[in-house]
Structures are given as C-alpha cells and as structure tokens.
Design a protein around this ligand. Structure first.
Ligand code: FAD
Length: 471
C-alpha cells in the first residue's frame, strides 16, 4: 500500500522542496528580464549549474569580460535546483569511459571529477554558501541477484586500472551496517561522493557571480541564436561567444538535438524521521543507489528526511508537463521508497517533484565547441551532472578564454559520440526502451525471469552501439 499522506497531488506544480527551502533561506537579488539590445563578450543561455559555473570560471580566468546569463525561469528552476544532490564520482562510469577512451584517459577523467567534488566543497566554504555539503561516500546496494555480476565487474575494473581504493565490494553485513534495508544484499562503496542541497548551491553560485559583475536576466527565454547573438522576446545580446547550457532543452536546438534524449526522473521527500534513520543505522550521510539502469537513488538531509528518486520516468519529444506533473511517476517512485524502507511506513511523504534528464548515447557528457562557430555547449550528463557541471564550467571557460589547461585534454572535450537517430524514431524508441528496461529490472528484483520481448527491447540500445541500458 502506498502511503501518500500529505503528498501534493500535483507534483511540480510548485518549485522543488529544495528550491523553496533555498529561496526562504535567501531569496537573492532581483534579476529582471532583458529589455532592449545589449552587447557582451559572452552570452550564456541557461542559468543552471553549467551556465553559472561557466560564468564563475570566466570571472576567474578573465575578470574584465562582460558576461550575460539568460534564464527562461529563475536560476535553479530547472534540474539544478531539482536534483538528488548527489555530487558523485565517476568510478562507476569506468566501464564506459575505458570502452570509449582507453584506461589512461578514463582514469584522468575520473580524477578530474574527484577534483570537482572537492572544489565544490571548497567553493562553499570560501564563499559562505551553506549548501549542506557532506562527503559521506556513495554506496551501491544490490537489490537483485543479477546485480552481483555488475558489482563484481565494477570492482574488478578499478583494480585493473590501478585505483583499488576508489571502489570496494561490501558484504551484506557491511551494507546493513551503513543502512539496514531488507531489500539490500551486498554492495559496493565508492569513496567519492558528497551530498549537497542543490538549490542552495545553485542559488549561492548565482549570488557569487552577481557579486563579480555577471549580468543575469531571469524570465528571459532565448528564442534563437543568430551566430553568437541571442534573440529574446524583448531584446537581444550581441556577443562574441555564446554558450548553450540548456541541458535537456537541447532537444529543441539544432546544434544539439541528435546528441540527447530527454527522460524524466522524480523524487519524493519524507517528513523528518531522524529516529527511524538511527534505527536503520543510516547516519553516515552516504549517498545510496541500487544497480538498476532505471536507477533508484536516495540520500538523507540534516533534519533526518530521505529524498528518494527514480524508479519510473518516461521519455518525450519536447520538455512539457510530463516532466513535472506525472502522478504515475510519483506513485512509482513512492512505491520504490516503501519497498526499500518498510520501517518508514508511518512516515509521511511530504513532497514530490520531477524534471528532465539529458541522456547521451554514451551515458557520459561532452563539452566543447559546436563546429567552427564560437558557440559552446556542455550536455549529456545523463542524470549525473552535479559534479560534472563544475568541470564543464572550467572547460568552457578555458576554451572561450583560450587558456591552456589539463582539462582541455580530457577525453570528453569535443568528443563526437555516435548520434541518436532522427525524430520520430528517437523519442519513440527511447520511450519504448525505457519502459522495457524498467519492466526487466522490476521482474529481476522480484525474482522473476523477465519476458523474452522485454529483455530484447531493453538490450536494444547496446546492440545499436549505444552505452545505455543492460547488456
Ligand atoms: C529529478 C532529478 C534528479 C537528479 N539527480 C541528480 C543527482 O543526484 N546527481 C547528479 O549529479 N545529477 C542529478 N540530476 C541531473 C542534474 O540535475 C543535471 O545534470 C544538472 O543540473 C545539469 O545542469 P545544467 O545547468 O546543465 O542544466 P539545468 O539545471 O537544466 O539548467 C538549464 C537551464 O536552461 C534553461 N533554459 C532552457 N532553455 C532555455 C532558453 N531557450 N532560454 C533561456 N533559458 C533556457 C532552463 O530553464 C534551465 O534552468 C538529476 C536530475 C533530475 C531531473
């Protein structure tokens, strides 16, 4: 039985709980919509982590540059203020990284993400951003027999590349000692992992870049880029460089639309229950997820809540209300929570919200320059952008200011992954495959053999050469 007591039945009709909490803590200076035509050195479309970290690192590299950020909503109104707050390492992505780029570049990429996790914490301390940063590591929990192989492969691979300390196997007793759920078997622990209150981080970043002279116009949708001039309803920004930091909205931009599909993800949030957390021993602040492709991910908050994400979600051709108002996805997410945390049966779910995820063909992002133009992009985070956007911001700032750095030699820079098929095959295929993956993984979790058709459909992306879904 689902206990949806207290749950707003129109999820997403309000801002995420994170963002409401952050705005109550500090509403920030007003950033009115753009009116008129202005000039700048760099115009950034999108005021999430990617856009704001890029602005931040531009102010570090070249403080004299005129930087304008245009955001259709408010900064952090998109996924940057809606996500699970997992700033997590890439050692669990090593398989894909090695396949694409080889072991040495793969390890460099993982180390760069580790550095970003550390730097986010330092940024918070240095700038007085209280984003609840807590470095408790990332625990993977096995919830189906099929996941043991995945865990073993993951652990073997870090040994093979000479980084055994980064990720280690956990016995069922080890997992129980960190978080005692009857749904968990053994697991793995990745050292790299910090939780943040994502909306406090993105709004703190907004404050810092404003203090450094960056101009931000909220409530300002960019309707097109003419070269590097951004056109909006009531004005324009003529710049010498433009950055598309639009995440899943990239499906609507010709420069980016073959490189991502948009999938939804939802989060439910419980009331504070610090006593129940103590009873199950989950007091170490670990980020936790299972091994499903349709990942379930969960973390705690300082006041003893659980934020629990994933387990449902769908694919779509445009960013519409399905990403914010999907009661079925909320119910599926809540169901996953109740399954994993039966001792919280009496704890109400107080909030729920969703957002779009920009799934790339490789499960990894790419940062770079679009063709020969001065238009730059970072996208394809595939639901793992909190730490990588920090790296993306540095890369884009280095590219724009022509600053030579080790970051520019990372394999994701100007990577050209295989494109997704054109529409309508892309979004239709993504929707069908997504449901098949969920059906397959749910059957496995319940100890049933998935049906033949479902299994074959779930494996389609790998067979087509994409690094997505089960093999
Ligand atoms: C429910 C959910 C949970 C997640 N959990 C995690 C997690 O725990 N850990 C993790 O690492 N990642 C997670 N992610 C992914 C993470 O949130 C993103 O990868 C990250 O926020 C990307 O940042 P961004 O700045 O590129 O995108 P966004 O935050 O989406 O910012 C893009 C901005 O561009 C704006 N925009 C779009 N089009 C236009 C336009 N035409 N004109 C002006 N503005 C425009 C949008 O309004 C938006 O604010 C999650 C995502 C979701 C949806």
């Amino acid at each position: 039985m689902l206990n949806l007591t207290g749950l707003a039945l129109t999820p997403g009709a309000q801002r995420s709980w994170w963002l409401r909490e952050a705005l109550a803590h500090d509403p920030g200076a007003s950033c009115p919509p753009l009116r008129g035509d202005v000039k700048a050195d760099v115009v950034i479309v999108g005021g999430g982590f990617t856009g704001l970290w890029t602005a931040y690192f531009l102010t570090e590299r070249a403080p004299h540059l005129g930087v304008v950020v245009l955001e259709q909503d408010i900064c952090g109104g998109g996924p940057s203020g809606r996500n699970g707050g997992f700033a997590s390492g890439w050692w669990d992505e090593l398989g894909g990284l090695v396949t694409l780029y080889g072991p040495e570049p793969a390890v460099r990429a993982c180390r760069a993400i580790t550095a970003s996790i550390t730097s986010i914490g330092e940024f918070c301390s240095e700038h007085g951003v209280d984003a609840w940063y807590r470095r408790g590591g990332y625990m993977y929990a096995i919830t189906a027999a099929a996941h043991e192989r995945l865990r073993n492969e993951m652990v073997e691979l870090v040994h093979e590349v000479g980084a055994p300390d980064e990720l280690r196997a956990l016995s069922p007793a080890d997992v129980r000692a960190r978080c005692a759920s009857p749904a968990f078997g053994g697991g793995a622990l990745m050292r790299d992992g910090a939780s943040v209150q994502p909306a406090r981080l993105v709004r703190g970043l907004r404050r810092v870049v404003l203090e450094r002279g960056v101009q931000i116009h909220e409530g300002t949708a960019v309707t097109r880029l003419d070269g590097t001039t951004a056109a909006t309803e009531h004005g324009s920004v003529k710049a010498s460089h433009a950055v598309l930091a639009v995440n899943a909205w990239g499906i609507g931009w010709p420069q980016l639309n073959r490189r991502v599909v948009a999938w939804s993800s939802y989060i439910v949030l419980t009331a504070p229950a610090p006593e129940q957390l103590k009873e199950i021993g989950w007091t170490g602040g670990e980020l936790i997820s299972d091994f499903r492709t349709s990942l379930r991910y969960f973390r705690t908050t300082p006041d003893g809540r659980i934020a629990f994400g994933g387990g449902g979600g769908r694919a779509r051709r445009s960013i519409d209300s399905m990403f914010t108002h999907d009661t079925r996805a909320v119910a599926e997410t809540a169901e996953g929570f109740r399954l994993m945390f039966p001792s919280f049966a009496d704890v109400p779910i107080e909030d729920a919200w969703g957002g779009p995820i920009d799934v790339s063909p490789t499960h990894l992002p790419a940062f770079g320059r679009a063709g020969a133009s001065n238009v730059y992009y970072a996208m394809g985070y595939t639901g793992n952008g909190v730490a990588p956007t920090h790296l993306a911001g540095q890369v884009l700032a280095d590219l724009i200011t022509e600053t030579d750095s080790d970051n520019l030699r990372l394999p994701m820079v100007n990577a050209q992954p295989r494109a997704f098929p054109p529409e309508p095959f892309r979004s239709f295929g993504a929707a069908v495959v997504r449901r098949a993956m969920i059906a397959k993984e749910t059957a496995e979790e319940r100890g049933r053999k998935p049906g033949f058709v479902v299994s074959q459909l779930a494996r389609t992306p790998r067979r087509l050469g994409y690094l997505l879904g089960p093999d």
